[in-house]
Design a protein around this ligand. Sequence first.
Ligand code: FAD
Length: 450
Amino acid sequence: MKKVIIIGGNPAGLSAASAIRKAHADWDIIVYEKDQYISYGSCGIPYYVEDSVKSLDKLITLTPEILQNKRNIPLSLYHEVIEVDFKSKIVKVKDIQNDKEFQKEYDFLLISTGGSAKIMEPLKLKHDRIFKVHNLRHASRLKEFLQSNKVSSVVVIGAGYIGLEMLEAYVEYGIKNITVIGPRLVFTSKSQDFIIKEIEKQGINLIKEQRVKSLVSVSDTQLKVILDNGKEIETEMVQLSIGVVPATTMFKNTNLDMLPNGAVIVDEFCRTNIDGVYSAGDCATSYHNLLKKNVYIPLAPTANKQGRIAGISIAGIKGDPFPGIIGTAIWKVFDLYCSMTGISDKQAEELGYEVESVLITNNEIAHYYPGAKKMSILLRFDKKSHLLLGAEITAPSPLGAKKIDVLSTAISMKMKIEDIQKLDLAYAPPFSPVWDPILIAANIARKKLK
Ligand SMILES: Cc1cc2nc3c(=O)[nH]c(=O)nc-3n(C[C@H](O)[C@H](O)[C@H](O)COP(=O)(O)OP(=O)(O)OC[C@H]3O[C@@H](n4cnc5c(N)ncnc54)[C@H](O)[C@@H]3O)c2cc1C
């Protein structure tokens, strides 16, 4: 019988716990979770805050009761692991509710502590009207605030996919004066223009060229956001969404190998450099199949897959290795559905490719079918080898944006532009034009090949 400690009770940690329990009914497994919630989808937070998902419970997949009674996975909520002695294989745990500390030994340790909302020095201000949106506690505080206060202005700092997804909620609450600040809107290419158009259509003020120099408290209900150029924006609330950092500060002065940002470096079986210690999810790296290196791209499918692989490895079963990622992501900005896969121009150039791209707009479905609107596809490819390297989509519905999966598959299968032209893609008027936009983009790209 082995003793397993899992730090963190969300997708990565619980996927691992389930895999281990499936293999070993008698192993001593314990999941420590510092918060009150487990097994939830942070991905649903924007939709919970805007109230299209009414209750927090709806975001939760497994309750502590199901986990413990049906799956036989012991769990301690409000228990924070505060220190790990890798040499003696002992963790120090803080029982937050009873303000007590104790130690526990392990044979195997899984670090699945996830990430936390990034905060940089100029943004480190304590104020009741500054909000983060990283976990269910943040989500519920923000929703309660929006439902019980009439707010007329908000500044969203950070225009990554979380910042962009949250804008819709502020419009839903009737906030008239919304500003979003961010140097780029996820895309680094011309695809950005479609997002800018969508944001501006909603009357939102977008500041792209400036960074925030400081945040100042004016009163209990007012803040000032000061930009690098000295411009000041008065606002009644601020959302901080400038990125995610691995929640690994407790390992800073240990011999655990990490990237400079604190992401735990793992191999294809989620093993770290320390014997018996594994890591998975938003606190760990994942291998990028195009960049050929470990990267930090914290997303839910990786957390779930890595958690499962870590669990299978810990259980001592020879399973499939983590297949790597290629940077596929999808998100929604009001009525615009966006997605991307592969690498950027800059990354492709750094890898020595002769990069070319085409950006097309075309009807998403048959032009005569009710509701037909334009979508865009950007294909990025190597002129010499003809390999597809990246793709970006903006579309009026999920139908168009989800076409990214075809292109992500094409990149994974090392398909060339001429291979993509030959794909047998499904057609009927409500689903696509007879020439699928992917085929149209590939036909145009073909003309640019050497
Ligand atoms: C608003 C938002 C929207 C998102 N939308 C998407 C999306 O649309 N698509 C997508 O792919 N991904 C999305 N993500 C990312 C996705 O939610 C994460 O990739 C996923 O939750 C990572 O799972 P995890 O188990 O690695 O980490 P987490 O979900 O962060 O869980 C880690 C757990 O560990 C606990 N913990 C941390 N430190 C300790 C400690 N010392 N002791 C005990 N417990 C500890 C934490 O409390 C937490 O419960 C979104 C994230 C956010 C915040």
